[in-house]
Design a protein around this ligand. Structure first.
Ligand code: PMP
Length: 287
């Protein structure tokens, strides 16, 4: 693999970062995960906008958008990729030990792009098991989940719980017990023919896939409600799924002791999502 590190493409063994990097020492940094279909990065501008927001909320200087876009396409080309997983990471950079960001002169900028390995089809046809983690999502007034930061220990704890309990993903509640989000995903459920999802203000990342799904649902006559939900709302739902950039729409077959079928709303939204991706690629190539 070839990696974009700071200003240029280097072979993976040379893509090394200092042990004094504050990303390594303190988790001081931000990132984005993107997915390319047929050589086109889906919703690239939205991802870079969100990276910009994470940067300003952490007071981190990041390279200009044009530079990041060039770095992403250079990394894709260097690895001859078409369907790709792309990760852009920016850390505070190398500096003396101490929390003060002023100790770091320049941020460290990395783009990793790998061939996208599709998730097994049976996950989509049968759905996956979720549990509700004991670990609560970070407080909005502590580390706002709106920031896609390298400080991921909160989600890692919940992921470990999921794994210990044989589940695919964990649902995290906020401090008040409201459903916030998954460890790497946004949660949706269908109740009384309404598509429900926690409002980002509850303490969730405003996922880009989430936004696409909400817009598709509205456009296709599905009522959408963004609000405050407790696990009981989920337990009384007819369908549950989660969303993220890499999985798109992943059906859920079980949350704790409750079983769900992979329902029509989930299936049709996933079909519409795939059509949206195709239209995006076509439109991008046409420009
Ligand atoms: N929440 C968290 C905590 C995440 O890490 C992700 C993945 N980026 C998401 C939600 C889903 O966001 P997106 O649809 O933009 O991938």
């Amino acid at each position: 693999m070839r990696i974009f590190l700071n200003k240029k493409i280097v072979p993976e063994p040379e893509a090394v970062v200092s042990v004094y990097d504050h990303g390594f020492l303190y988790g001081d940094g931000i990132y984005e995960t993107m997915r390319a279909y047929n050589g086109v990065v889906f919703m690239l501008d939205k991802h870079l906008e969100r990276l910009g927001r994470s940067a300003s909320l952490t007071k981190l200087d990041i390279p200009e958008t044009g530079f990041i876009k060039d770095a992403v396409s250079m990394t894709m080309e260097a690895n001859k990729l078409s369907d790709a997983y792309i990760r852009v990471t920016v850390s505070r950079g190398k500096g003396a030990i101490g929390l003060d960001p002023a100790l770091c002169k320049e941020p460290t900028f990395v783009v990793i792009a790998e061939h996208f390995k599709k998730y097994p089809e049976h996950l989509y046809s049968s759905g996956v098991k979720l549990v509700i983690a004991k670990t609560r999502r970070n407080l909005v007034f502590a580390i706002n989940p709106k920031i896609k930061s390298l400080n991921f220990l909160n989600n890692i704890f919940a992921k470990m719980e999921a794994k210990e309990r044989g589940a695919y993903e964990a649902i995290m509640l906020n401090a008040e017990g409201l459903i916030a989000e998954g460890t790497v995903s946004n949660i949706f459920f269908v109740k009384d023919n309404v598509l429900c999802t926690p409002a980002p203000e509850v303490g969730a990342l405003d996922g880009i896939t989430r936004e696409v799904v909400i817009n598709l649902a509205k456009k296709n006559g599905v009522k959408v409600s963004e609000g405050e939900y407790y696990p009981d709302d989920l337990f009384n739902a007819s369908e549950v799924f989660f969303t993220n950039t890499t999985s798109e729409i992943m059906p859920v077959s079980q949350v704790e002791l409750i079983d769900y079928k992979v329902g029509d709303v989930t299936k049709s939204l996933h079909m519409l999502y795939k059509e949206e991706v195709s239209a995006y690629i076509k439109n991008y190539r046409g420009n």
